[in-house]
Write a protein that binds this ligand. Structure first.
Ligand SMILES: Nc1ncnc2c1ncn2[C@@H]1O[C@H](COP(=O)(O)OP(=O)(O)OP(=O)(O)O)[C@@H](O)[C@H]1O
Length: 599
């Protein structure tokens, strides 16, 4: 790393510290006050040690005795100083610890809040493992230098006071300090510069390992069933080894730095003793003064290291901070209006000349217009990749169109408030997500007004009341992480019930019942259509029986609406549609036959 970029890291690291101090000024002041007092007490202690040796111990060698009163006084002074030092250490540690952990908690909350408010398009571009690393190890790294910071600031106060004390004692001995202290600073800065790239690399590798580990665990089933354990372990090992190497390189440098930092003040003590003996012979200083200065140099070694700890951790802090800031400053938020979709019954959804592209990619929807009238069921049918899921996402405003408008009861979706939108519409995706909670917790999501009666009503509509009633603790049954104790079809019905419990006025089902038995799926749609749900329904459908239940079908080809009408009308009028639905039916029949043979 060049000197310029090292300096840049240093300046940016100091800015992170500045930001931390501005956030927690009271705790920082407590820590620094404790640490500065500690430094001054260390210097006072040196003077007391010097005075005791020079005025009590040395004369005692001559006279052969010391009064017990003097000894008691000395003991009392040492005990008093030690007690005060304990208090200052307490203040320093308390201030630093509270400051560090409060900052970590604050930024963890901020990062998590930001994740939740960023749109799906942002999440699709960021690996879950990296997000975990941002909220965990990056936030932690950002504030690692906070722990030794008050100590380091107090040490600077101590060094300045020591230089003054040295000059007041003897200018020749003070010169040792004048040479030594800048040397200690230079060594600390040199250390921080050498450490910088190592720490940055280590922090990057932590995130990488976290991302790869997350992906491995997430895909454990694929890895096992495809027999790829060895390859997956090898892939993981490459990153783990790289993390190990970068951490060893950090440790090696620290291993070199610590002893040198220890040795320098000892060299200072030696110089003080040599020069001091000469000054003593000339009568320029007393024994007490020589002992004071020599003692001062021996006790300085440890606190001075705190400066190195802060400087050495700054690069890691900057690397973590940059990654945290990238999340906090991420853009792409959907801006919400303040409107609420009017009315209380089933809503009207309208797509008007909607175009959509993912990022800078090609248009995946072109000039899409259709309507879901209140209380009606509209099926979206189209070959794979024709844009059905994209329409479902647009309908509940997970994304905004590039051109055209999506309206709910005549109001463009961006004009609705977030609460207005989420209470009026609900999307049930193909892949159900079940929280590690009870059945009740999964359905209510702690929403107001969703009591047990509402939960059972929603479960009935989703044809899920039967299996839930048979669970060991019914609504109180814990379903395990991601609902592992349930079958795929049961999970889908639970997520459908969750959407229904919010009594949405528009229900968007994106192939939400694919894992459910076809007869049960038809029963679900029939009861939803029967207006029991009080919602208009937009359903991405594949099964002929389901499609046939819809009031109207919107048929898509390559992102365009090519025909709308009832299922019977489209079958008769559109060859492509007839072929697709027949293909679906054939595939269903083959699947059913395969399952029958297997059974
Ligand atoms: N996150 C994304 N980023 C980029 N392109 C995407 C993304 N999601 C979908 N696409 C593309 O948009 C087009 C429409 O995809 P979409 O998922 O809406 O189709 P679909 O009809 O629901 O397909 P399927 O029936 O297979 O679920 C496809 O060409 C797909 O490759």
């Amino acid at each position: 790393m060049s000197t310029r970029s090292s300096r840049d890291v240093l300046v940016r690291g100091l800015r992170v510290l500045g930001q931390a101090i501005r956030t927690e000024p009271r705790l920082f002041t407590i820590g620094v006050a404790g640490s500065s007092l500690f430094g001054l007490l260390v210097i006072a202690n040196s003077y007391v040690v010097g005075a005791v040796i020079g005025r009590v111990v040395v004369p005692a060698f001559g006279s052969g005795d010391t009064s017990s009163g003097t000894l008691a006084l000395i003991a009392a002074v040492f005990l008093g100083l030690s007690a005060l030092r304990v208090l200052t250490i307490f203040g320093r540690r308390l201030g630093a610890g509270y400051m560090q952990f409060r900052l970590q908690a604050r930024y963890r909350r901020a990062v998590t809040r930001r994740y939740l408010s960023l749109p799906p398009s942002w999440h699709q571009q960021h690996a879950t493992g990296s997000l975990l690393s941002n909220a965990n190890s990056d936030v932690e790294a950002s504030f690692v230098p906070i722990a030794p910071l008050p100590f380091a600031v107090g040490t600077i106060v101590m060094i300045l006071a020591a230089v003054v004390a040295l000059f007041l004692t003897d200018w020749v001995l003070a010169m040792v300090g004048v040479v030594l202290f800048p040397a200690l600073f230079a060594l600390n800065t040199f250390y921080a510069r050498r450490m910088s790239p190592r720490q940055i690399k280590a922090q990057q590798m932590r995130a990488k390992v976290s991302a790869v580990a997350h992906e491995s665990f997430d895909g454990a089933l694929v890895v096992k069933t495809m027999g790829r354990e060895e390859d997956e372990s090898r892939r993981f090992k490459v990153f783990v080894d790289e993390l190990r190497d970068s951490l060893i390189s950090v440790g090696r440098l620290r291993g070199l730095f610590d002893p040198v930092m220890d040795a320098l003040p000892s060299v200072g003590t030696l110089a003080v003793l040599l020069l001091g003996a000469w000054r003593l012979q000339n009568g320029a200083i007393t024994v007490a003064e020589l002992v004071t200065v020599a003692f001062l140099f021996t006790v300085l070694a440890f606190p001075v290291r705190a400066i190195g700890w802060v400087l050495g951790e700054l690069p890691r802090s900057v690397a973590g901070w940059d990654r945290v800031q990238a999340v906090l400053a991420a853009e792409g938020d959907l801006v919400y209006g303040s409107g609420t979709a009017g009315g209380s019954g089933p809503a009207t959804l309208r797509f008007d000349k909607v175009d959509f592209a993912y990022g800078d990619g090609p248009l995946v929807l072109r000039d899409v217009s259709f309507e879901v009238p209140p209380g009606r069921t509209v099926a979206l049918v189209g070959a794979t990749g024709s844009g059905k899921s994209t329409i479902a996402s647009l309908a509940v405003r997970l994304v905004d169109p590039g051109a055209g408008t999506v309206r709910l009861d005549g109001t463009p979706l961006p004009e609705l408030s977030e609460a207005g939108l989420t209470s009026a519409s609900a999307l049930v995706p193909q892949l159900p997500f079940v929280f590690d909670d009870t059945v009740r917790g999964n359905i209510t999501l702690e929403r107001d007004g969703v009591d047990d009666e509402a939960v059972w009503a929603a479960l009935r509509l989703a044809e899920a009341d039967g299996f839930v009633a048979k669970l060991p603790d019914a609504l109180d049954t814990a379903v395990g992480e991601r609902g592992t104790s349930l079958s795929g079809g049961q999970r889908q019905r639970l997520t459908l019930a969750r959407a229904l419990a919010g009594r949405p006025r528009l229900l968007v089902l994106d192939d939400a019942t694919s894992a459910v038995d076809p007869r049960v799926e038809a029963a679900i749609l029939a009861s939803l259509r029967g207006n029991d749900a009080g919602a208009s329904i937009l359903v991405v459908a594949y099964r002929r029986a389901t499609i046939a239940l819809a009031d109207e079908v919107v048929y898509l080809e390559q992102g365009k609406v090519v025909a709308t009408g009832t299922h019977t009308e489209l079958l008769a009028a559109h060859e492509g549609y007839a072929e697709l639905v027949t293909a679906y039916e054939k595939a269903e029949a083959e699947k059913a036959e395969a399952e029958r043979v297997e059974a």
